[in-house]
Design a protein around this ligand. Structure first.
Ligand code: NDP
Length: 329
């Protein structure tokens, strides 16, 4: 008889990392359109912290956590086409529950993962790489010669962004929390890393750009940086607020966008840019194609057993990490 038992991390209510507990569950057989995946590596993303803390409310409690994993298909439900048992797959999005040794989920969420990339690297690059893909190609079309400001340049998303923008030929100013992160960001393509303490990056951006400021500012830090980020956008440039690592960003008055020179402001989400299966596959293919060419080099900064998922959250929230964190079941 097929064993469908799995270990998973769940929470009973929003709160700190101490709320995360392990449980043993018996998964249901895949229903119509579903597959069961045995995970090989699980990507940890800052959105998991927002889900756990309650900043992004979860639909039901108790709830699983995690929206990204890579593994192999172990079982297929009725009506699933295009996939076979044993296929190497991954997903980025959907109902939280990826912090698990295995799970059942809709086959429509899957993307193929090339055989050449090892599972931890794939879990380090899938969601974060797709994020960079839509942010620099579709949310804003970043072109050679532009100047971009990117916060948290040595983080999971940040290092991949440095690599991607280097290939386009962009001048990238990147904020980081310490000198070691600055060196790492530079190594991955950041033209001008800035070590920020107390949001003093605005004067430095003025200096580095000769007062011209930036065509695009990508802000995932939120509360601590958004006002400064606005001051770094050149007239007719774009401010992309795409995260809240330091807390929810403050409101921005539309009149302020006018005063600063007809600026654009957007608050995008990966899930709106990859909701359509074709877009999702194209986004993942663009990522894996860049991995194959050596443009993207996934950085697994921390690898932990699934049982230590709470440690992963503590490290991420304390700004102690570089690159991606991956959990291994
Ligand atoms: P990171 O690895 O980038 O970790 C977050 C980094 O933010 C930290 O390492 C730290 O870098 C910086 N930071 C600054 N202030 C704080 C603070 N007060 N608390 C914690 N971190 C802080 O995480 P991810 O790569 O997983 O995600 C990066 C960001 O991108 C997140 O905000 C996430 O929500 C967002 N995101 C948004 C998506 C979207 O579609 N909207 C999709 C995917 C990610 P340093 O010390 O160098 O300043």
């Amino acid at each position: 008889m097929t064993s469908r038992s799995a270990t998973r991390v769940c929470i009973d209510a929003p709160g700190g990392p101490e709320r995360m507990r392990l449980e043993q569950v018996e998964l249901p057989a895949p229903g119509p359109g579903e597959v069961r995946i045995e995970h090989e590596a699980i990507g940890v993303n800052f959105i998991d912290v927002y889900h756990r803390s309650g900043l992004y409310p979860l639909p039901a409690m108790p709830s699983g956590l995690g929206v990204e994993a890579v593994g192999r298909i172990a079982e297929i439900g009725a009506g699933v086409e295009g996939w076979s048992v044993g296929d190497r797959v991954g997903y980025a999005g959907g109902v939280p529950g990826a912090y698990a040794s295995a799970r059942t989920l809709p086959a429509a969420q899957l993307v193929g993962v090339p055989g050449e990339i090892d599972a931890p690297s794939a879990a380090a690059v899938l969601l974060k790489g797709m994020t960079v893909e839509y942010l620099v190609r579709r949310c804003v079309r970043v072109e050679r010669g532009m100047t971009v400001l990117w916060h948290a340049a040595a983080g999971g998303v940040g290092l991949l962004a440095m690599q991607w923008l280097r290939e386009i030929g962009v001048t990238v100013i990147g904020t980081v929390g310490n000198e070691a992160k600055a060196a790492l960001a530079r190594e991955h393509g950041c033209t001008h890393p800035i070590v920020v303490r107390g949001g003093d990056f605005v004067a430095r951006v003025h200096e580095l750009t000769g007062g011209r400021l930036c065509d695009v500012v990508y802000d995932s830090v939120g509360r601590d940086t958004l006002a400064g980020s606005l001051a770094c956008v050149r007239p007719r440039g774009t401010l992309v607020s795409f995260g809240n690592a330091s807390g929810p960003p403050p409101p921005i008055d539309p009149l302020e966008l006018g005063r600063r020179g007809s600026l654009y402001l957007t608050r995008p989400s990966l899930f709106d840019y990859t909701g359509d299966p074709q877009e999702r596959r194209q986004s993942a293919a663009a990522v894996f194609e860049r991995v194959a060419r050596g443009v993207l080099r996934p950085v697994v900064g921390m690898r932990l057993p699934l049982q230590q998922a709470a440690e992963a959250h503590r490290a991420l929230e304390s700004r102690a990490t570089t690159g991606a964190i991956v959990l291994v079941p």
